[in-house]
Write a protein that binds this ligand. Structure first.
Ligand code: ATP
Length: 252
């Protein structure tokens, strides 16, 4: 992470401070909403409690997420204003490695912000970016918050939704799509409704899912299916809670 702000390399919370500056920069560029600053603050608090590292259960979830994305017929990675500000290149790279589409999907949707995020992803190497047509709906949500592309998230079988609002994550899971959530709060409704909850900071989670996907790229289908089947979402959520409560790595 570079960015214009000078944070001393040896500062004990170097990565956390750079992450915060990226979000501020996102707000200045019009890609992140002001509510995004609040979501960032909540995330930071949980990351602090988790020791600002990828705990073993999160690494397992990231491997299962990679396998699930490789198995999918039509995987889509959802991008909101915080995701775009924090990991634009990393999302483009993951989409390439697993053959997924990128779709801009916002809780507080404005056409300007959708276009700004799509443009920002293009600047970071993305080809086609979905989310501009918004001609489909997720059932069970009010009009603006329900919008998706009918040939994007609307048609996907597996969706990665990082840093998602709880209501929308629940509504999406209820459509029967396989939902992979990245969220630092193991108690959030988003993490609780996911088939694969990844309790880790997105700045660590996305590159690690990509690394696993590269390793698994040539694995036979039955091996990928076994990785997904062996993943225990309840155990992963419990391990993250334990890590927060005990300060350990969450393992029993
Ligand atoms: P819920 O209803 O599920 O409790 P919410 O609708 O209140 O969630 P938001 O306030 O929109 O959710 O917050 C988004 C979530 O993203 C929070 O749970 C927060 O912990 C998480 N989050 C924020 N920043 C990051 C990050 N960098 N990496 C991973 N998760 C993050």
């Amino acid at each position: 992470m570079s960015d214009h702000v000078d944070v001393p390399e040896d500062h004990p919370r170097h990565d956390s401070l750079l992450t915060r500056h990226r979000i501020e920069d996102g707000v200045d560029r019009g890609i992140t909403s002001r509510q995004g600053l609040i979501a960032q603050g909540r995330g930071e608090a949980y990351d602090y409690l988790l020791g600002e590292r990828t705990i073993p259960s999160a690494d397992e979830a990231e491997r299962a997420a990679a396998a699930q994305l490789l198995l999918a017929d039509h995987p889509v990675l959802s991008v909101n204003g915080n995701v775009a500000a924090l990991v634009p290149e990393e999302m483009v790279e993951l989409a390439e490695v697993v053959g997924a589409e990128l779709e801009v999907n916002l809780f507080n949707r404005t056409e300007e912000r959708v276009a700004a995020i799509a443009e920002y992803l293009h600047e970071h190497g993305a080809g086609e970016v979905k989310g501009l047509r918004a001609d489909g709906r997720i059932p069970g949500l009010s009009h603006e918050r329900a919008k998706v592309d009918s040939d994007g998230i609307g048609d996907a079988d597996v969706v990665l939704v990082p840093l998602e609002d709880g209501d929308r994550a629940e509504a999406l899971a209820a459509t029967g799509k396989v939902e992979i959530v990245i969220d630092l709060n193991p108690l959030s409704r988003s993490a609780q409704s996911a088939a694969i909850p990844v309790v880790d900071n997105i700045v660590r989670a996305v590159p690690n899912i990509t690394r696993h996907a590269r390793e698994l790229a040539d694995a036979p289908r039955d091996e990928l299916e076994a990785i997904v089947a062996d993943f225990d979402r309840e155990a992963a959520l419990a391990a993250a809670e334990r890590a927060i409560r005990t300060g350990g790595d969450g393992e029993e």
